[in-house]
Design a protein around this ligand. Structure first.
Ligand code: NAG
Ligand code: NAG
Ligand code: ZN
Length: 594
C-alpha cells in the first residue's frame, strides 16, 4: 500500500468531551442502543390484563388490515397490459454505493454554491435496495452481479451468463430480441467487459474478452441479438498485428461485423454523423476507444475525441424509439456508467464524483426521454455492487477523529490519478535520465490543485512509478478525508432507482439482485426458459477454437483456481486469511481493475 496507513487508534481522550449528556448520546449511538426512559410502575394487575387483551385485539386488527391492503395493492400494481407496447431502459451504475451519492451531492453543492437541500436528480427517484452477494462469495464481482440482472440467477464471480454448473442461461436481452423488441447496449468501458457482456454473451471466464467480442457480433448459437452498441473496447475487434489491437488471434471482428451488415463508427466524427440518433442505421457498432473511454474528468477536455455517456445514451434512445415507431414491440436498452467502479478501484474520489455527475446527467436525460416518448416505458437504475468500501470520513491521526470531510480538495483538481500516472509514465519514457521531482510537483499542482504536498509524498512518486496512480489518488483522498477500505468490491447493499415507483413497484424495498433481473423479465413479459434451451441445444453443436487454434467449447475454458476472484471454494468460512495475506504485506497489493 502506498504511503503506509497510520494506526487507527480510536481511543478518545476523556478531556475532549466534557458534556455528560453528549457522551451518553454518542455511546448509545456507537453501541447501537436506544436510550430508554425509566419505566413507570404501580399499575394494577387487572389493568395489565385489560391492556394485554386490548393489545391482542389491536394486533389482530392490524394483521387483517395489512392482509386486505396487500391484496388490494397487489391488484393495483401497474404491470402494463400484456399486449401493450413498452420500452425498458435498464441503467447500471457499476460500483456505486450509497456513499458515492453522499460524496457527489456534497461535492456539487460545494462547487456550485448550492444549498444543502439541493439533491441530485437520481436522489429524487430512490425506491429500494439490492443485496448483491454471488453464489461463490459474499462479495460479488461485476460478472456475477450482471448475471443476476440478465438471467435473474446467482452465479459465481467471473461468470458471464453461465450458471455454477457452467451451463448457459438465457438473458433478458436475448429473450427480448426473440420476442420482437429491438435491443441496445451503451457503456463507457469496453463493450466486452463484464456488465454489457452478460446481456449478449456466455463465457465461463470474464477475461475472455476476445471471445465476447465475437459473440456480440453474432458468432454464437443465437446469432446477432444486439441492434445497437456504443462504447469502448475497439482493440478486441481488431486482428493481432494491426494497429490498436489487443486480440490474441488474427480474427478481424470489425470485418466480420461489416459482413453481417453492421454500420461501424470508431471516432467522434463518425459519432457526430449519427446526429444524436436522427441518422442511425441498424445494426450499429460504435467503438470510440481502444479500451475504456476516459474518465469524465479527463474526457471533458477531449470532447473532440470521445463522446460522453449522456450523448451516447441520447443517441441510443432516439434511434431505438424511431426504429420501433411502427413496431408492435418497443426496445430494451442497457446503459452503464461503467467507470464509477474504476474510480472506486483506483480509490480516486476526484475521478468518481465526475463519473457520478455524468451518470446523474444521463439519468435525467432518460427521464426526459420517457416523459416525451409516446410509448409507455420504465427506467430502473441500480448498481451491481459497491466498490472501494468508500467512507466520507477518514481518521488520519491517533487522536479522536474530526467529524468532517472536504469537498474543496476535489473541486481543486482537474485530472484523474489514472491520467496523471499515465502522463508520468510517458514522460519517464521520453526523459529516462531526468530527475522527476520537478515534474511530479507540477503534476500535483496543475493536475490536482494540491500545493501543500510533502517531500515524502513526492519521493514516493519519484521512487515508485509503478504505483503512481494509487499514490496520486491517496494524496487526494487524505486531504479530502475520504476513506477507502479496499481496492476491490464490498458487500454493501446498493440503491435501486426508478423513473416512477409505480412502474417498478415490485422493486420497492430491499431485494436480492436476482429480483431486479426478474423484474426486467416480467416488465417485458418474457420467458427466458426457451432461450436457455436453445442455447444449450445449438451450443452442443457449436465448436470453436482458442487463440492457439485448439478446439474448445463455445463458452471457453473453465477458470483455474488462481483465476478466481473469490479466493477458493469456501464461502463464509474464515481459514486463516489474515495470516496468509500478511506474507504479502511488503508488496504493493495492486489489484487489477475488475
Ligand atoms: C499477438 O501475437 C503475438 C505473436 O503471436 C503474441 O506474442 C502477442 O501476445 C499477441 N497479442 C496479444 C494481445 O495476445
Ligand atoms: C486550491 O488551489 C489554490 C490555487 O489555485 C490554492 O491556493 C489552494 O490552497 C488550493 N486549495 C486546496 C484545498 O488545496
Ligand atoms: Zn461492477
Amino acid at each position: 500500500m502506498a504511503g503506509g496507513e497510520e494506526p487507527l487508534l480510536a481511543q478518545r481522550p476523556s478531556s475532549e468531551l466534557s458534556n455528560e449528556d453528549n457522551l451518553a448520546e454518542e455511546d448509545a449511538l456507537l453501541n447501537n442502543e436506544v436510550r430508554r426512559q425509566p419505566e413507570k410502575r404501580g399499575w394494577g394487575k387487572w389493568r395489565e390484563g385489560a391492556i394485554f387483551i386490548w393489545a391482542l385485539l389491536a394486533t389482530a386488527a392490524v394483521i387483517i388490515l395489512a392482509v386486505v391492503y396487500q391484496h388490494e395493492s397487489s391488484k393495483k400494481e401497474v404491470t402494463p397490459s400484456p399486449d401493450g407496447k413498452r420500452n425498458l431502459i435498464f441503467m447500471v451504475s457499476d460500483g456505486m454505493g450509497p456513499t458515492s451519492l453522499s460524496m457527489t451531492r456534497s461535492f456539487r453543492q460545494y462547487s456550485e454554491g448550492l444549498p444543502y437541500s439541493n439533491k441530485l436528480v437520481i436522489d429524487q427517484h430512490m425506491i429500494g435496495q439490492s443485496r448483491t452477494r454471488s453464489s461463490s462469495s459474499l462479495v460479488t464481482d461485476s460478472a456475477a452481479g450482471a448475471t443476476a440482472f440478465s438471467c435473474g440467477m446467482k452465479s459465481y464471480n467471473g461468470a458471464i451468463s453461465v450458471l455454477p454448473d457452467h451451463s448457459p442461461c438465457g438473458t433478458v436481452l436475448e429473450a427480448a430480441k426473440k420476442a420482437g423488441y429491438m435491443t441496445g447496449l451503451v457503456v463507457t468501458t469496453r463493450i466486452t467487459d463484464a456488465t454489457p457482456a452478460c446481456f449478449a454473451a456466455h463465457v465461463n471466464m470474464r477475461s475472455e474478452e476476445d471471445r465476447i467480442a465475437e459473440q456480440l457480433m453474432g458468432e454464437y448459437p443465437l446469432g446477432v441479438v444486439v441492434d445497437l452498441i456504443l462504447g469502448g473496447g475497439r482493440c478486441h475487434f481488431l486482428p493481432n498485428g494491426t494497429e490498436g489491437s489487443c486480440r490474441a488471434d488474427d480474427k478481424d471482428i470489425v470485418g466480420l461485423a461489416k459482413d453481417k451488415g453492421f454500420h461501424y463508427v470508431d471516432d467522434r466524427a463518425g459519432f457526430d454523423k449519427l446526429k444524436l440518433g436522427d441518422a442511425v442505421s441498424f445494426p450499429l457498432l460504435g467503438l470510440f476507444a481502444a479500451g475504456d473511454i476516459p474518465y469524465e474528468v479527463d474526457r471533458r477536455n477531449e470532447n473532440d475525441i470521445y463522446p460522453s455517456l449522456h450523448e451516447m445514451a441520447q443517441t441510443a434512445m432516439a434511434a431505438l424509439s424511431a426504429a420501433t415507431a411502427n413496431n408492435d414491440k418497443g426496445f430494451f436498452l442497457m446503459i452503464e456508467g461503467s467507470r464509477i467502479d474504476h474510480a472506486g478501484h483506483a480509490n480516486d474520489p476526484l475521478a468518481q464524483v465526475h463519473e457520478v455527475l455524468e451518470y446523474d446527467k444521463t439519468f435525467a436525460s432518460v427521464l426526459e426521454f420517457l416523459e416525451k416518448d409516446s410509448t409507455q416505458g420504465v427506467m430502473v437504475s441500480t448498481s451491481d455492487h459497491e466498490t472501494g468500501g468508500l467512507a466520507v470520513a477518514r481518521q488520519l491521526s491517533p487522536e479522536y477523529p474530526e467529524y468532517n470531510w472536504f469537498p474543496s480538495v476535489l473541486a481543486n483538481g482537474s485530472q484523474s490519478a489514472e491520467r496523471l500516472a499515465a502522463n508520468y509514465h510517458a514522460h519517464l519514457v521520453t526523459h529516462p535520465k531526468d530527475d522527476m521531482t520537478a515534474y511530479i510537483e507540477k503534476s500535483l499542482e496543475k493536475g490536482l490543485g494540491i500545493y501543500d504536498y510533502e517531500m515524502k509524498e513526492v519521493d514516493l512518486l519519484v521512487d515508485e512509478p509503478a504505483i503512481a496512480a494509487y499514490t496520486f489518488a491517496d494524496i487526494v483522498s487524505r486531504r479530502a478525508q475520504t476513506g477507502w477500505s479496499t481496492h476491490g468490491h464490498s458487500a454493501a447493499d446498493v440503491n435501486i432507482y426508478a423513473s416512477s415507483p409505480k412502474g417498478a413497484s415490485p422493486l420497492i424495498g430491499n431485494h436480492e439482485n436476482t429480483e431486479v433481473g426478474n423484474f426486467l423479465r416480467d416488465y417485458l413479459d418474457l420467458d427466458l426458459g426457451p432461450v436457455t434451451k436453445e442455447l444449450q441445444e445449438k451450443g452442443a453443436l457449436f465448436d470453436t477454437t482458442d487463440a492457439k487454434g485448439e478446439k474448445v467449447g463455445w463458452m471457453g475454458r473453465l477458470p483455474d483456481n488462481d483465476e478466481r476472484l473469490d479466493g477458493q471454494d469456501h464461502l463464509e468460512h474464515y481459514s486463516g486469511e489474515h495470516k496468509k495475506h500478511k506474507r504479502h504485506a511488503g508488496g504493493c497489493g495492486c489489484a487489477s481493475e475488475l
